[in-house]
Design a protein around this ligand. Sequence first.
Ligand code: AHM
Ligand code: MG
Length: 316
Amino acid sequence: MLNSPTLSDFISQKGYLPALQSILLDIAKVSVQVQKTLLDAPLGGMLGGNAHVNVQGEDQQKLDAYADELFVQGLLQNTFLAGIGSEERDDLIQGSAQGEYIAFFDPLDGSSNIDVNGSLGTIFSVMPRTQTGTLHNEELLQKGENQVLAGYVLYGAATWLVCSFGKGVHTFVLHTQTDTYHLLHEALQSPKSGKIYSINEGNILDCETPVQDYVKNCQERRYTARYAGALVGDFHRNLLKGGIYLYPATEKSPKGKLRLLYEAFPLAYIAREAGATASNGTMPILDITATALHERTPLFIGSVEMMRDLGAHCAF
Ligand code: AHM
Ligand code: MG
């Protein structure tokens, strides 16, 4: 398998825009640091909270803050980036005024898995700028379809980097002896249908009736329920095997829990490029125009036939 191309060689051979190649390679480089940090975290006193509540109103974990710092510092050096938006930061961070792109991050997704050695992830999205000079907040108010690069890193039993430049989805696996990612799948296609549904069923009584009906339908069909409490892991499994992930609006989170710019947009982009699809229950995720950095959205994402079945129960 080590004969397969490295991430760097592969994206260079594909001829993607040099600026985007450079941004992705920097993300990959930081993800290796994050992976090493995760491996040593339990013995290094890095588990648990840091007594800080982030802008989301969520208890920040030490590793949330650490991963955020690694990505922000690592990516701010990239002069193609005019700024960075992160789940852990209140506002956009200014980068190079000459930069032509903005990067959005969920530096460490699945925070509730940190202390139990469950799977974790990093989600990233890159958008072009709409103005020049100093980065303005209104530049993040773009549609998901404007993304030019998106993906995620899954820190599981192995570390995978999954990305798309808008021409198919490619997966890479980290070789830990050399700290290099190597190609595993080129132009990955997700199954058109599947039998896995992923939802926090503890919330089911707080979901709208069409979502309850759909989940009941999955149970009647004897589908398999799988929910890790970590979006990247759940999405990745369903992408490979065929399945659907649902995080609807609930009484507790009337606008949904997940964030549009750095969770829903990038995963919807990957889904589209792999032949799957994503919706907020009313419209395709990639057609939504963001209105704020930390905007939340309901998210339904997965295999096209399962999404079609869900549509029979919901208004989309
Ligand atoms: P995080 O980015 O702070 O980790 O929150 C997002 C996570 C997702 O990874 C996961 O799918 C979801 O929240 C789980 O939420 P819940 O515990 O409500 O089921
Ligand atoms: Mg997250």
